[in-house]
Design a protein around this ligand. Sequence first.
Ligand code: F6R
Length: 367
Amino acid sequence: EKGGYETFMLKEIHEQPQAIAETIADRTARGVGVDLGDLGAIDDAFLRDVRRIVVVACGTSYHAGLIGRYAIERWARVPVEMDIASEYRYRDPVVGPYDLVVGISQSGETADTLAAMRLARESGATVLAITNVMGSQVTRDADGVLFTRAGLEIGVAATKTFVAQVAAMYLLALRLAELRGTLPAARLRELIAELKRVPGSVAALLERGDDDVQAIARRHYKAEFFLYLGRHIGLPVALEGALKLKEISYIATDAYAAGEMKHGPIALLDDDTPVVCVATDSPVLEKLISNIQEVRVRGAHVIAVATAGNDELQEHADEIVAVPATDWMLAPLLAVIPLQLLAYRVARLRGLDVDQPRNLAKTVTVE
Ligand code: F6R
Protein backbone atom coordinates (compact mmCIF):
# COMPACT_ATOMS: atom_id res chain seq x y z
CA GLU A 1 0.00 0.00 0.00
CA LYS A 2 3.00 2.29 0.44
CA GLY A 3 3.88 1.60 -3.18
CA GLY A 4 7.47 0.70 -2.41
CA TYR A 5 8.09 3.76 -0.23
CA GLU A 6 9.26 3.39 3.36
CA THR A 7 6.46 5.59 4.70
CA PHE A 8 3.18 7.10 3.57
CA MET A 9 4.61 10.56 3.94
CA LEU A 10 7.43 9.86 1.49
CA LYS A 11 4.98 8.28 -0.93
CA GLU A 12 2.70 11.29 -0.67
CA ILE A 13 5.56 13.72 -1.18
CA HIS A 14 6.26 11.88 -4.41
CA GLU A 15 2.61 12.06 -5.45
CA GLN A 16 2.69 15.84 -5.53
CA PRO A 17 3.11 16.23 -9.29
CA GLN A 18 -0.16 14.32 -9.81
CA ALA A 19 -1.89 16.16 -6.96
CA ILE A 20 -1.22 19.48 -8.68
CA ALA A 21 -1.87 18.18 -12.19
CA GLU A 22 -5.21 16.63 -11.24
CA THR A 23 -6.30 19.76 -9.44
CA ILE A 24 -5.63 22.04 -12.39
CA ALA A 25 -6.18 19.61 -15.30
CA ASP A 26 -9.67 20.15 -16.71
CA ARG A 27 -9.89 23.58 -15.13
CA THR A 28 -7.20 24.88 -17.44
CA ALA A 29 -7.99 22.68 -20.42
CA ARG A 30 -9.95 25.37 -22.23
CA GLY A 31 -7.79 27.29 -24.66
CA VAL A 32 -8.16 30.47 -22.62
CA GLY A 33 -8.85 31.31 -19.01
CA VAL A 34 -9.77 29.14 -16.06
CA ASP A 35 -12.93 27.10 -15.66
CA LEU A 36 -13.74 26.40 -12.02
CA GLY A 37 -16.71 24.24 -12.98
CA ASP A 38 -19.93 24.33 -11.01
CA LEU A 39 -19.48 26.41 -7.89
CA GLY A 40 -23.12 26.04 -6.90
CA ALA A 41 -24.59 29.32 -5.78
CA ILE A 42 -21.36 31.21 -6.45
CA ASP A 43 -21.77 32.56 -9.96
CA ASP A 44 -19.53 34.65 -12.21
CA ALA A 45 -21.43 37.87 -11.48
CA PHE A 46 -20.82 37.46 -7.77
CA LEU A 47 -17.13 36.72 -8.28
CA ARG A 48 -16.74 39.70 -10.61
CA ASP A 49 -18.23 42.13 -8.11
CA VAL A 50 -17.05 40.65 -4.83
CA ARG A 51 -15.65 43.39 -2.59
CA ARG A 52 -13.60 41.37 -0.19
CA ILE A 53 -12.42 37.83 0.39
CA VAL A 54 -11.89 36.36 3.85
CA VAL A 55 -9.95 33.12 4.15
CA VAL A 56 -10.36 30.94 7.25
CA ALA A 57 -8.41 27.75 7.90
CA CYS A 58 -6.12 25.98 10.36
CA GLY A 59 -2.54 24.74 10.25
CA THR A 60 -1.17 23.83 6.87
CA SER A 61 -4.42 24.83 5.17
CA TYR A 62 -3.96 28.32 6.61
CA HIS A 63 -0.54 28.48 4.96
CA ALA A 64 -2.08 27.56 1.62
CA GLY A 65 -4.53 30.41 2.19
CA LEU A 66 -1.70 32.85 2.81
CA ILE A 67 -0.16 32.02 -0.55
CA GLY A 68 -3.58 32.46 -2.14
CA ARG A 69 -3.87 35.88 -0.59
CA TYR A 70 -0.76 37.14 -2.38
CA ALA A 71 -2.04 35.75 -5.67
CA ILE A 72 -5.58 37.11 -5.35
CA GLU A 73 -4.46 40.57 -4.30
CA ARG A 74 -1.76 40.81 -6.92
CA TRP A 75 -3.61 39.38 -9.89
CA ALA A 76 -7.27 40.14 -9.16
CA ARG A 77 -6.91 43.19 -6.89
CA VAL A 78 -9.49 41.94 -4.41
CA PRO A 79 -8.56 42.67 -0.78
CA VAL A 80 -8.06 39.46 1.16
CA GLU A 81 -8.27 39.07 4.89
CA MET A 82 -6.89 35.95 6.54
CA ASP A 83 -7.67 34.39 9.84
CA ILE A 84 -7.01 31.29 11.85
CA ALA A 85 -10.44 29.67 12.08
CA SER A 86 -10.30 29.22 15.86
CA GLU A 87 -9.63 32.95 16.27
CA TYR A 88 -12.05 34.17 13.66
CA ARG A 89 -15.07 32.46 15.17
CA TYR A 90 -14.61 34.16 18.52
CA ARG A 91 -13.74 37.68 17.47
CA ASP A 92 -17.18 38.86 16.42
CA PRO A 93 -15.95 39.42 12.86
CA VAL A 94 -17.31 42.13 10.57
CA VAL A 95 -18.57 40.11 7.62
CA GLY A 96 -21.62 40.26 5.38
CA PRO A 97 -23.30 39.91 2.01
CA TYR A 98 -20.51 41.47 -0.03
CA ASP A 99 -17.92 39.06 1.21
CA LEU A 100 -16.74 35.77 -0.16
CA VAL A 101 -15.51 33.62 2.70
CA VAL A 102 -13.19 30.82 1.63
CA GLY A 103 -12.80 27.96 4.09
CA ILE A 104 -9.87 25.68 3.34
CA SER A 105 -9.87 22.23 4.93
CA GLN A 106 -8.21 19.15 3.53
CA SER A 107 -10.37 16.79 5.60
CA GLY A 108 -13.48 18.95 5.40
CA GLU A 109 -14.16 18.08 9.03
CA THR A 110 -12.06 20.51 11.08
CA ALA A 111 -14.41 21.78 13.79
CA ASP A 112 -13.05 25.33 14.00
CA THR A 113 -13.02 25.85 10.25
CA LEU A 114 -16.58 24.57 9.94
CA ALA A 115 -17.72 26.85 12.76
CA ALA A 116 -16.00 29.90 11.24
CA MET A 117 -17.65 29.23 7.89
CA ARG A 118 -21.08 28.75 9.47
CA LEU A 119 -20.74 31.98 11.39
CA ALA A 120 -19.88 33.86 8.19
CA ARG A 121 -22.77 32.29 6.34
CA GLU A 122 -25.22 33.21 9.07
CA SER A 123 -23.99 36.80 8.73
CA GLY A 124 -24.93 36.78 5.04
CA ALA A 125 -21.57 36.03 3.45
CA THR A 126 -21.21 33.65 0.54
CA VAL A 127 -19.06 30.70 1.47
CA LEU A 128 -16.73 28.66 -0.72
CA ALA A 129 -15.15 25.46 0.58
CA ILE A 130 -11.83 24.14 -0.69
CA THR A 131 -11.48 20.52 0.36
CA ASN A 132 -9.98 17.22 -0.67
CA VAL A 133 -12.80 15.02 0.60
CA MET A 134 -16.04 14.57 -1.30
CA GLY A 135 -19.05 14.31 0.95
CA SER A 136 -17.22 15.83 3.91
CA GLN A 137 -19.14 18.12 6.25
CA VAL A 138 -17.67 21.27 4.73
CA THR A 139 -19.23 20.43 1.36
CA ARG A 140 -22.67 20.48 2.99
CA ASP A 141 -22.13 23.76 4.81
CA ALA A 142 -20.85 25.84 1.89
CA ASP A 143 -22.53 27.64 -1.02
CA GLY A 144 -20.02 26.13 -3.41
CA VAL A 145 -17.09 23.71 -3.38
CA LEU A 146 -13.78 23.67 -5.19
CA PHE A 147 -12.25 20.23 -4.80
CA THR A 148 -8.57 19.58 -4.61
CA ARG A 149 -7.73 16.26 -6.17
CA ALA A 150 -4.75 15.05 -4.21
CA GLY A 151 -6.19 11.61 -3.48
CA LEU A 152 -6.38 10.13 0.00
CA GLU A 153 -3.65 11.39 2.31
CA ILE A 154 -2.67 9.03 5.11
CA GLY A 155 0.44 10.61 6.62
CA VAL A 156 -0.61 12.93 9.43
CA ALA A 157 1.61 15.70 8.09
CA ALA A 158 -0.14 17.31 5.12
CA THR A 159 2.01 17.37 1.99
CA LYS A 160 0.24 16.59 -1.27
CA THR A 161 -3.01 18.11 -0.03
CA PHE A 162 -1.10 21.33 0.68
CA VAL A 163 0.24 21.74 -2.85
CA ALA A 164 -3.22 20.90 -4.22
CA GLN A 165 -4.74 23.63 -2.02
CA VAL A 166 -2.16 26.11 -3.23
CA ALA A 167 -2.93 25.16 -6.83
CA ALA A 168 -6.66 25.63 -6.14
CA MET A 169 -6.01 29.08 -4.69
CA TYR A 170 -4.00 30.03 -7.79
CA LEU A 171 -6.91 28.89 -9.96
CA LEU A 172 -9.33 30.99 -7.93
CA ALA A 173 -7.03 34.00 -8.21
CA LEU A 174 -6.65 33.56 -11.97
CA ARG A 175 -10.40 33.13 -12.46
CA LEU A 176 -11.08 36.29 -10.46
CA ALA A 177 -8.48 38.16 -12.52
CA GLU A 178 -10.07 36.91 -15.72
CA LEU A 179 -13.58 37.95 -14.68
CA ARG A 180 -12.47 41.32 -13.39
CA GLY A 181 -10.10 42.10 -16.25
CA THR A 182 -7.26 42.92 -13.89
CA LEU A 183 -4.56 41.15 -15.88
CA PRO A 184 -3.69 41.69 -19.55
CA ALA A 185 -4.90 38.68 -21.58
CA ALA A 186 -1.35 37.75 -22.54
CA ARG A 187 -0.19 37.74 -18.93
CA LEU A 188 -3.16 35.62 -17.90
CA ARG A 189 -2.34 33.12 -20.64
CA GLU A 190 1.29 33.07 -19.65
CA LEU A 191 0.49 32.41 -15.97
CA ILE A 192 -1.89 29.59 -16.83
CA ALA A 193 0.69 28.03 -19.14
CA GLU A 194 3.31 28.34 -16.42
CA LEU A 195 1.00 26.77 -13.83
CA LYS A 196 0.48 23.82 -16.18
CA ARG A 197 4.24 23.36 -16.38
CA VAL A 198 4.62 23.17 -12.59
CA PRO A 199 3.73 19.45 -12.15
CA GLY A 200 6.52 18.56 -14.61
CA SER A 201 8.98 20.75 -12.70
CA VAL A 202 7.98 19.20 -9.37
CA ALA A 203 8.44 15.75 -10.89
CA ALA A 204 11.89 16.72 -12.18
CA LEU A 205 12.84 18.05 -8.76
CA LEU A 206 11.74 14.81 -7.06
CA GLU A 207 13.39 12.58 -9.66
CA ARG A 208 16.68 14.36 -9.12
CA GLY A 209 16.73 12.78 -5.65
CA ASP A 210 17.39 14.50 -2.35
CA ASP A 211 21.05 13.78 -1.62
CA ASP A 212 21.56 17.49 -0.99
CA VAL A 213 18.70 17.63 1.53
CA GLN A 214 19.90 14.44 3.19
CA ALA A 215 23.37 15.91 3.66
CA ILE A 216 21.83 18.99 5.30
CA ALA A 217 19.67 16.78 7.50
CA ARG A 218 22.68 14.73 8.62
CA ARG A 219 24.52 17.86 9.58
CA HIS A 220 21.70 19.41 11.61
CA TYR A 221 19.41 16.69 12.90
CA LYS A 222 20.65 17.08 16.45
CA ALA A 223 19.98 20.81 16.53
CA GLU A 224 17.59 22.03 19.20
CA PHE A 225 16.15 24.84 17.17
CA PHE A 226 15.63 25.80 13.53
CA LEU A 227 14.67 29.24 12.32
CA TYR A 228 12.84 29.71 9.00
CA LEU A 229 12.78 32.99 7.10
CA GLY A 230 11.02 34.24 4.01
CA ARG A 231 9.55 37.36 2.51
CA HIS A 232 6.40 37.90 0.46
CA ILE A 233 5.35 34.62 -1.17
CA GLY A 234 8.31 32.91 0.53
CA LEU A 235 6.94 33.66 4.00
CA PRO A 236 4.07 31.15 3.97
CA VAL A 237 6.52 28.58 2.61
CA ALA A 238 8.80 29.28 5.58
CA LEU A 239 5.83 28.94 7.95
CA GLU A 240 4.89 25.63 6.36
CA GLY A 241 8.46 24.31 6.42
CA ALA A 242 8.72 25.18 10.12
CA LEU A 243 5.41 23.48 10.91
CA LYS A 244 6.45 20.31 9.06
CA LEU A 245 9.73 20.09 10.96
CA LYS A 246 8.19 20.65 14.38
CA GLU A 247 5.31 18.26 13.92
CA ILE A 248 7.30 15.25 12.78
CA SER A 249 10.76 15.82 14.31
CA TYR A 250 9.68 17.58 17.56
CA ILE A 251 12.39 20.20 17.10
CA ALA A 252 11.45 23.73 18.15
CA THR A 253 11.05 25.97 15.15
CA ASP A 254 10.10 29.52 14.49
CA ALA A 255 9.23 31.12 11.19
CA TYR A 256 9.43 34.83 10.57
CA ALA A 257 9.08 37.45 7.94
CA ALA A 258 12.77 38.07 7.33
CA GLY A 259 12.32 41.81 7.81
CA GLU A 260 11.16 41.17 11.37
CA MET A 261 14.47 39.61 12.43
CA LYS A 262 15.96 42.72 13.86
CA HIS A 263 12.83 43.39 15.88
CA GLY A 264 13.46 40.46 18.20
CA PRO A 265 14.14 36.98 16.87
CA ILE A 266 17.72 37.72 15.90
CA ALA A 267 18.47 37.44 19.64
CA LEU A 268 17.86 33.69 19.35
CA LEU A 269 20.78 33.12 17.03
CA ASP A 270 24.11 31.82 18.04
CA ASP A 271 26.88 29.87 16.37
CA ASP A 272 25.57 27.26 14.02
CA THR A 273 21.82 27.83 14.51
CA PRO A 274 20.34 26.46 11.29
CA VAL A 275 18.42 29.19 9.49
CA VAL A 276 16.39 28.02 6.52
CA CYS A 277 15.74 30.81 4.02
CA VAL A 278 13.17 30.59 1.26
CA ALA A 279 15.15 32.56 -1.30
CA THR A 280 13.61 31.83 -4.67
CA ASP A 281 13.71 34.61 -7.28
CA SER A 282 11.38 37.49 -6.58
CA PRO A 283 11.32 41.28 -6.56
CA VAL A 284 12.22 41.16 -2.86
CA LEU A 285 15.18 38.78 -3.18
CA GLU A 286 17.72 41.58 -2.63
CA LYS A 287 15.93 42.60 0.55
CA LEU A 288 15.97 39.01 1.74
CA ILE A 289 19.67 38.72 0.98
CA SER A 290 20.40 41.67 3.26
CA ASN A 291 18.40 39.95 6.00
CA ILE A 292 20.44 36.79 5.38
CA GLN A 293 23.63 38.81 5.80
CA GLU A 294 22.33 40.06 9.14
CA VAL A 295 21.85 36.53 10.46
CA ARG A 296 25.08 35.27 8.99
CA VAL A 297 27.26 37.76 10.81
CA ARG A 298 25.78 36.31 14.02
CA GLY A 299 27.31 32.98 13.08
CA ALA A 300 24.08 31.28 12.00
CA HIS A 301 24.27 28.50 9.45
CA VAL A 302 22.28 29.56 6.38
CA ILE A 303 20.43 26.96 4.32
CA ALA A 304 18.85 28.58 1.27
CA VAL A 305 16.21 27.28 -1.11
CA ALA A 306 17.01 29.14 -4.32
CA THR A 307 16.01 29.17 -7.97
CA ALA A 308 18.21 26.99 -10.17
CA GLY A 309 20.50 29.10 -12.29
CA ASN A 310 20.60 32.02 -9.88
CA ASP A 311 24.09 32.04 -8.38
CA GLU A 312 23.53 35.11 -6.24
CA LEU A 313 22.99 33.06 -3.10
CA GLN A 314 26.33 31.23 -3.43
CA GLU A 315 28.26 33.73 -1.38
CA HIS A 316 25.51 34.24 1.19
CA ALA A 317 24.48 30.70 2.11
CA ASP A 318 26.30 27.75 3.64
CA GLU A 319 24.09 25.28 1.84
CA ILE A 320 21.84 25.74 -1.17
CA VAL A 321 19.05 23.57 -2.48
CA ALA A 322 18.03 24.59 -5.99
CA VAL A 323 14.50 24.29 -7.31
CA PRO A 324 13.46 24.63 -10.96
CA ALA A 325 12.60 28.12 -12.21
CA THR A 326 8.99 29.15 -12.71
CA ASP A 327 7.02 32.37 -12.54
CA TRP A 328 8.12 33.81 -9.21
CA MET A 329 4.56 33.92 -7.87
CA LEU A 330 4.21 30.16 -8.42
CA ALA A 331 7.51 29.28 -6.75
CA PRO A 332 5.92 28.11 -3.45
CA LEU A 333 4.78 24.93 -5.19
CA LEU A 334 8.43 24.09 -5.79
CA ALA A 335 10.13 25.70 -2.80
CA VAL A 336 8.05 23.76 -0.29
CA ILE A 337 9.28 20.37 -1.57
CA PRO A 338 12.84 20.53 -0.14
CA LEU A 339 11.39 21.79 3.15
CA GLN A 340 9.04 18.80 3.38
CA LEU A 341 11.97 16.52 2.57
CA LEU A 342 14.20 18.23 5.13
CA ALA A 343 11.58 17.69 7.85
CA TYR A 344 11.21 14.11 6.68
CA ARG A 345 14.92 13.29 6.66
CA VAL A 346 15.56 14.95 10.02
CA ALA A 347 12.68 13.04 11.64
CA ARG A 348 13.91 9.74 10.19
CA LEU A 349 17.46 10.37 11.41
CA ARG A 350 15.97 10.93 14.86
CA GLY A 351 14.27 7.57 14.54
CA LEU A 352 10.72 8.90 14.67
CA ASP A 353 7.46 7.64 13.25
CA VAL A 354 6.72 10.31 10.66
CA ASP A 355 3.34 8.94 9.61
CA GLN A 356 1.97 8.98 13.16
CA PRO A 357 3.66 11.79 15.08
CA ARG A 358 2.91 11.99 18.79
CA ASN A 359 -0.07 14.04 20.00
CA LEU A 360 -1.45 14.65 16.48
CA ALA A 361 -4.52 13.37 14.68
CA LYS A 362 -5.19 13.53 10.98
CA THR A 363 -8.63 15.01 11.45
CA VAL A 364 -9.38 17.47 14.23
CA THR A 365 -13.10 17.26 14.92
CA VAL A 366 -12.90 18.85 18.36
CA GLU A 367 -12.38 22.55 18.87
C1 F6R B 1 -0.16 19.85 9.33
C2 F6R B 1 -1.56 19.46 9.35
C3 F6R B 1 -2.53 20.28 10.11
C4 F6R B 1 -3.78 20.53 9.27
C5 F6R B 1 -4.87 21.22 10.09
C6 F6R B 1 -6.10 21.53 9.27
O1 F6R B 1 0.60 18.96 8.58
O2 F6R B 1 -1.92 18.49 8.72
O3 F6R B 1 -1.97 21.50 10.51
O4 F6R B 1 -3.44 21.28 8.16
O5 F6R B 1 -5.22 20.39 11.18
O6 F6R B 1 -6.67 20.39 8.77
P1 F6R B 1 -7.71 20.42 7.59
O7 F6R B 1 -7.04 20.93 6.39
O8 F6R B 1 -8.19 19.01 7.45
O9 F6R B 1 -8.82 21.36 8.03
